[in-house]
Ligand binder design. Sequence first.
Ligand code: ADP
Length: 380
Amino acid sequence: KSFKEVSKNELVKRNGHQILLTYQKVYSSVNNKLTGYIVVSNNMTYYNSLMKNLLHSMVAISIIAIVVFVVTSYILVFNVVKPIKRMSKVAQEVNADPNSGARIKELNRDDELENLATSINQMLDRMQSYIEQQKQFVGDVSHELRTPVAVIEGHLNMLERWGKDDPQILDESIKASLQEADRMKHLIQEMLDLTRAEQIDVQYPHEVTNVYDTVKRVVADLAMVHPDFEIRLDEDDLPQDTEIQIYHGHLEQLLVILIDNAIKYSTNLKQINVSAGLTKKEVNIIVQDFGEGISKEDQKKIFNRFYRVDKARTREKGGNGLGLSIAHKLVDNYHGEISVESVEGQGSQFKLTFPLISKKKAAKLKKLNENSELPKSNLE
Ligand code: ADP
């Protein structure tokens, strides 16, 4: 007897179980005839139970995995949604009342949501401080304008009642009214300057100015207007080609504000020293007077809008208390600094500091400026 062919395997399902059947044809070794079959059946009990266990385990693991997934997703989503809900609540409250003090509470987490909450809180603080400043400004402006208007009104009333026939009253009232009108014009111009000083980045992004020429020109102009003053200029430490990133009109305005103040608040010694110099990274311009000086307390406040040390006296001198706030805004916007050193009764020294720019950057800015098509004449 012999096996000619390879045995065949077949999986059969019986009573829900898999059974492995192996068939083998048997041939006679004498005449090569098929004499029968050998069939081996294997119940595969081990295999079947293994499969069953495997199936159970898989179902159990899947259920556990689904439960774990659902629970963690819920915790994660809840953790993200909760702070977002808080933020949205605060946004709604501030939207309803822009002065509301509502802020997003500390989230106690170290992630992007915490950063977002901090940024929103900072943004709200800033926005409210702008609103407050704006309110304060409108209040200050109307207060400042009220005085000249009241003075002009008083004179006009006087003129109407008695002045028509009295040449002396007529003359005095007209002079006083013209003076107040002039003060008002000056005040309005300064308020416009202050507002414009806040928009430098947009209007004058690529301006470059030669410091040496500008300081020399402004000092010469003011010396001509005030012949009773000696305005000394020391530019020895400033190379003639020193340039900084600023619109030339603004550098002139800064110098005029400081030198004008030095003149206004000078006492007996009518001398002003202007010096300009260079350090490694900065350009310094110093305006020094020997006048009345400013107390330590007032030095902190003089850069605030409408602040005057002596309101009545300053008004006589034509000051509105806006010059130094304009200067501060301008310098700030050009990434410079303004500082004061002063001793009461001895004099003051105001210092402007600007970052120095490289020759390469100056050339680049000039090129950009030539190509930009901003109609500057409208902005001045
Ligand atoms: P104002 O137009 O009134 O001069 P500023 O803003 O330029 O306004 O100055 C604010 C105040 O600071 C002035 O009213 C004055 O009291 C004081 N001040 C400014 N510069 C000097 C100075 N060089 N010497 C003394 N006091 C000064």
